[in-house]
Write a protein that binds this ligand. Structure first.
Ligand SMILES: *Cc1c(COP(=O)(O)O)cnc(C)c1O
Length: 421
């Protein structure tokens, strides 16, 4: 038994499944998760002393890589000043300002502690601002684990969502309508069937939680038009794409302006943060400026603000150029390896997020993603792990490239892929 296996068995006695978030448990790929003892740059080290080139990168936050000196220094300094006050600090303003300066649609922003919490708060605001209750989401997009977002598409003639987890009530699922990603006609149909009922459409502007699925040409602009025509708000969930695909998020990359934006991951630099923002006319409705209630004991936590600020400060134009080059090199290396092995695959990439679907054609929706060969992914994952590359343990997750992934790491990854196919 490996040390990771022992630690996992021990953890499973005290923690459901031995993990604090389900995908970490390797259920989709088999085996025991590697227990990590430390990580630096693009490398993670497990309890058995194995080293891995890491493409999880904390599921997105670690765009600078692990244990980046600027983050360590910023957090250490903040730590010495005190860990939380329950009173405002200038660091909160500084991170808010850094976000406002970069993201086109955001004039004001509220910090929370997770992406889940930020999405819930943004939807509450959208419902308050429109005085409507229903929302439209897309199958395969993940927006955190709030009840009314753990919803699957209704079957047959019903467009109403049904619970996707025990414990989610039919009542909370009823207000969530579900459409196919990249299918504007379905969204138009939902608006037609529910005139004046839709508060907001929420979308991952690049889907990253069914593997990477880029928006089809015109999809995001089409959502902008449909929401505007129907008096609904457009919410971009940029928890993953924010500061990842572009300095101004996906909205800057695709030049489509949402009403509300949800952020997380990178803005916390590896510490727990979420945020939501938009124009002042909407954000002024949030308490205490306005009547829409939302609060948090640890919101705007000084350590998290320090880590987020250090991360955003390191992300200049050069950094995005480097990320693009590194990820493009990885993509082309993987493409060659797959072609040489004659394995049909769709490599889908936007900036430094990518994924490999073992599929014959490009993946444009959750139906396509489900149709990919996931047992084949599991085999590939385990072979890569053997060869010292730690991919996310599911074919429905994005791989993240960081600024710490250098030419050597990319070459080693491609060589591992050649041996793993
Ligand atoms: C990760 C993620 C979330 C949830 O964020 P948590 O911090 O895990 O609650 C929401 N939306 C998207 C697009 C995400 O990638």
């Amino acid at each position: 038994m490996s040390r990771s296996e022992e630690l996992h068995a021990e953890a499973a006695r005290f923690i459901p499944g031995g993990v604090n978030s389900p995908v970490r448990a390797f259920r989709a790929v088999g085996g025991a998760p590697r227990f990590i003892t430390r990580a630096t740059g693009c490398h993670m080290y497990d309890a058995d002393g194995n080293a891995y080139i890491d493409y999880i990168c904390g599921y997105g936050p670690l765009i600078l890589g692990h244990s980046h000196p600027a983050i360590i220094e910023a957090v250490e300094r903040a730590l010495r000043d005190g860990t939380c006050f329950g009173a405002p600090t200038q660091r909160e303003t500084q991170l808010a300002q850094a976000i406002v300066e970069r993201v086109p649609s955001i004039e004001q922003v509220r910090m929370v502690n997770s992406g889940t919490e930020a999405v819930m708060s943004a939807i509450r605001l959208a419902r308050a601002a429109t005085k409507r209750e229903r929302i439209i989401k897309f199958a395969g997009c993940y927006h955190g684990h709030a009840d009314y977002l753990l919803v699957q598409a209704g079957s047959g003639a019903s467009t109403l969502g049904t619970p996707d987890s025990p414990g989610v009530t039919a009542g909370s699922a009823r207000d969530t309508l579900s459409a196919r990603y990249n299918d504007l006609d379905q969204v138009a149909d939902l608006f037609a069937a529910h005139t004046d009922e839709i508060a907001a459409v929420i979308v991952e502007p690049v889907a990253g939680n069914m593997g990477v699925v880029p928006p089809a040409d015109g999809f995001l602009q089409g959502l902008r038009d449909l929401t505007q025509e129907n008096g609904a708000l457009l919410i971009f969930d940029e928890v993953m794409t924010g500061f990842r695909v572009h300095r101004g998020g996906a909205q800057a990359l695709y030049n489509v302006t949402p009403d509300l934006t949800v952020l997380g991951k990178i803005i916390g630099g590896g510490l727990p943060v979420g945020a939501y923002g938009g124009p002042a006319r909407l954000m002024q409705q949030i308490a205490p400026a306005g009547p829409v209630y939302q609060a948090g004991t640890l919101s705007g936590n000084p350590l998290a603000m320090a880590a987020g600020l250090a991360t955003l400060n390191a992300l200049d134009d050069d950094a995005y150029r480097t990320l693009e080059q590194t990820a493009a090199t990885l993509e082309s290396g993987l493409r060659d390896a797959l072609a040489r092995a004659k394995v049909p695959a769709a490599i889908q990439r936007v900036g430094s997020m990518l994924s490999v679907f073992f599929a014959d054609a490009p993946v444009q929706s959750y139906d396509d993603a489900k149709a990919a060969n996931h047992p084949r992914f599991a085999a590939f994952f385990n072979a890569m792990l053997e060869h010292g590359v730690h991919l996310p343990p599911s074919g429905y997750e994005a791989w993240f490239v960081s600024l710490a992934h250098d030419d050597t790491a990319i070459a080693e990854t491609v060589s591992a892929a050649v041996r793993s196919l």
